[in-house]
Each structure stands twice: as C-alpha cells, then as structure tokens.
Design a protein around this ligand. Structure first.
Ligand SMILES: [Mn+2]
Length: 372
C-alpha cells in the first residue's frame, strides 16, 4: 500500500532527496515510517513521477551502532537496505555522510575519518550485510553539490574538510545540466554533513561516551538504549535512582561474566560519574527546542572557512530539529530533522532549479490509500 497523500508530499520536480538520523537499531526509531517513505519514492520512480531525481542523501546516524550491534542492525532492517538498492538500480546515487552513532569522532577526526569509515563498512560486510549501497565510496564526511566550469551540476564526496577543493575527493558525479532560471543560475555550492562537527566544544565529553559505547558488548548497548532512548529522552521518565534498582542492575548481574576487567571498570565509572551528567545534559537540551547552539558554532568556528570555500548553502542533520529559515553571514543553513525521537519525521528536497525545501513526512489522511 502506498499512501497517496504522502506521494503527493514529494514534489515531482525533486532532483536531490535528503533525510537523516534514522538511528536503525535504537529505540523510538521510525524505521517503519522510513520504509514507507522509501516506498513512496520507489512508487513515484516506477510511475515516472520523479524523472529528475538524481541523488538520495542520508546525512548520518543512519545506523545506530552506539545502541545496537552490527549483527542485529545487519539483519533487522534488510527491507530498508533492499529499498536503497532499488534506488541505485534506478540510477539514483545513494550517499551517506557518517554520524557520531556510526564511527568514533574523537580527534584527530579529519586524519582518521577514512580509516574509521572503512572499518565500519568491513564490520558490516563481515556480518553478511552485502547490499550494494554499502560501499566505501558511498560513505563520506562531507558532500558538495556545485556548478562546475562546464555549467553542469556536480556532486563530490569528501572524507575530510581539509580535502574540499583540493582534488582529494572520494568520488565526483555529474548530475546534469544547469537550468536557465532559479537559484542554480547564480552562484551555487551546497555543503552537506551530519552536524556533530557543529557541537559546542563541551560536547567532546559526551563524544567520548559514544566512542566507548561503539565498542561495548551488545547487552551494554541495549542497556544504554533503554536508558537513553527509553528513559532519559522520554518526558515522563522516572527518577534515575529508580532506573538503577530496576532493569539496569539485574541485566548487569546476568551478563557480568561477559565483561572483561577493563569493561567492568568502565561500567563502574560510567554509573558512578557519567550517568547523572548525561541526564542533566539531556534535560538542558530538551529545553532548547531549536538549533541555536549548533548555529552559533557554525557562525563562530565554521562559516568563515565555508565562505572561503565559496559555500552558498549548508544542510546538516544530527539535532533531529528541522530548520529552514536561518541565514548565517548570508549563507542559508538548513536542517533535515530526523526519524527518531521525533513526533513528525522530515526530509529535504532540492528542486531542479536549486530551491531547497524542508518538508514534514506525514501519513495522515489514510482515506485515500491506493494499491502499490
Ligand atoms: Mn548525530
């Protein structure tokens, strides 16, 4: 069944579709809705309603290896992976800018990104995730969509910010010719990335926790998932003391044998010193409700570099908070929103003239369902 209302929601003029933060493997992931969204796209392709679509960009935290194991993520979402492969078979480029739930973002990131990315791909392949989209050259840290010297639209992927415009790209693809009207007629160089890069400096403490969890055994990931997505980020959450007494300690006891000495110490330190800080930070963030902190970092630490590189638009994810009306030093900055811990998933369309639209994905008005 393909929802007609949702089909109408995707513009036929779309050249590039962007979505982010599916967090496959984590609690509160809207993976079923995302699968349905991919079905809308495939339905439209099959019926020649999306003739201009060239690329489907996932801006990171697509897999959630902080909250679940490579093995489970590989097997539980095959229907989504197969749909991404269908897009590839239709000649659509599928690219992922990796996020902090997929690889370690500890410094030196720019130098190590490529190695960490390759490692992630290898680990999935070892778990028999053999889908076509899962290739090193389809994963990167930054994507640039720009006009080249021949007035063609070009998409280039980079593993490091230092490589942008230095010919050290992962791959470059010509998407098509530039139309004669709209934003693409003028200067156009759109930058896409996950957005952990725009976290305030104090986040590095939390980045360490994420890195630690990336390497933990499955049951620790699961416990953290219960804690983080099931309790801390849930408005009606119980007190932290109650969590300890309930599921947490019981599960730890059951599985303690599986922890080596180093992991036991890590767990003790985590419970003793980090848990309360995490709750405090989650509460603080829940109160903000917009991207002001990230945008401030873009303004203070990134925008001058971007301007120097000729970037005219920035699109990021990570915050799960969609945004389309923020201009920083003349550069419009967009956010894709997310597909986890949100009431309404969102996506971004880039139209054939370069217009960027942020949209909510809705499956409401079920009355007008049609057969796929
Ligand atoms: Mn993220």
């Amino acid at each position: 069944m393909v929802n007609q209302m949702a089909v109408k929601n995707i513009s036929n003029d779309t050249m590039v579709l962007i979505a982010s933060d599916q967090h496959l493997g984590a609690r509160k992931s809207k993976s079923e809705e995302f699968k349905a969204f991919l079905d809308q796209v495939i339905y439209k392709l099959d019926n020649e309603m999306l003739k201009k679509l060239k690329a489907f960009l996932l801006l990171g935290d697509f897999f959630d290896i902080v909250m679940d194991t490579y093995k489970d993520i590989s097997t539980d979402f095959k229907e989504i992976y197969n749909r991404l492969d269908v897009l590839l078979e239709n000649g659509i480029h599928v690219i992922i800018t990796l996020g902090n739930h997929e690889i370690s973002i500890r410094k030196p990131l720019e130098k190590r990104f490529k190695r960490r990315k390759n490692k992630m791909v290898r680990k999935f392949q070892r778990k028999k995730l053999r889908n076509k989209f899962l290739k090193r050259e389809n994963m990167c840290q930054y994507i640039v969509l720009r006009k080249n010297e021949n007035e063609q639209l070009e998409m280039i992927t980079y593993d490091s910010k230092n490589h942008i415009d230095k010919t050290r790209f992962v791959k470059a693809e010509i998407l098509g010719n530039i139309p004669h009207e709209g934003p693409l007629k003028g200067r156009y160089k759109c930058l896409f990335t996950h957005g952990f890069q725009f976290e305030p400096e104090k986040f590095s403490f939390f980045a360490l926790i994420w890195c630690f969890l990336l390497r933990m055994p499955g049951f620790i990931k699961e416990l953290f998932d219960i804690l983080w997505n099931g309790i801390i980020k849930t408005p009606e959450r119980p007190a932290i003391e109650q969590i300890d007494k309930a599921e947490f300690n019981r599960r730890i006891k059951e599985n303690k044998k599986m922890l080596n000495k180093k992991q036991k110490i890590s767990y003790f330190l985590f419970k003793r010193f980090i848990l309360k800080e995490l709750v405090k930070e989650a509460e603080r963030r829940a109160a903000i409700k917009d991207n002001s902190e990230f945008n401030k970092v873009i303004e203070e630490s990134y925008i001058d570099d971007f301007l120097e590189l000729g970037i005219t638009h920035v699109v990021y994810g990570h915050s799960h908070t969609k945004q389309e009306d923020v201009v920083i030093k003349g550069v419009p900055v967009f956010n894709t929103g997310g597909w986890q811990q949100v009431s309404e998933p969102a996506f971004i369309e880039i139209h054939s003239n370069g217009d960027i639209r942020v949209k909510s994905y809705t499956q409401k008005e079920e009355i007008s369902n049609i057969e796929a």
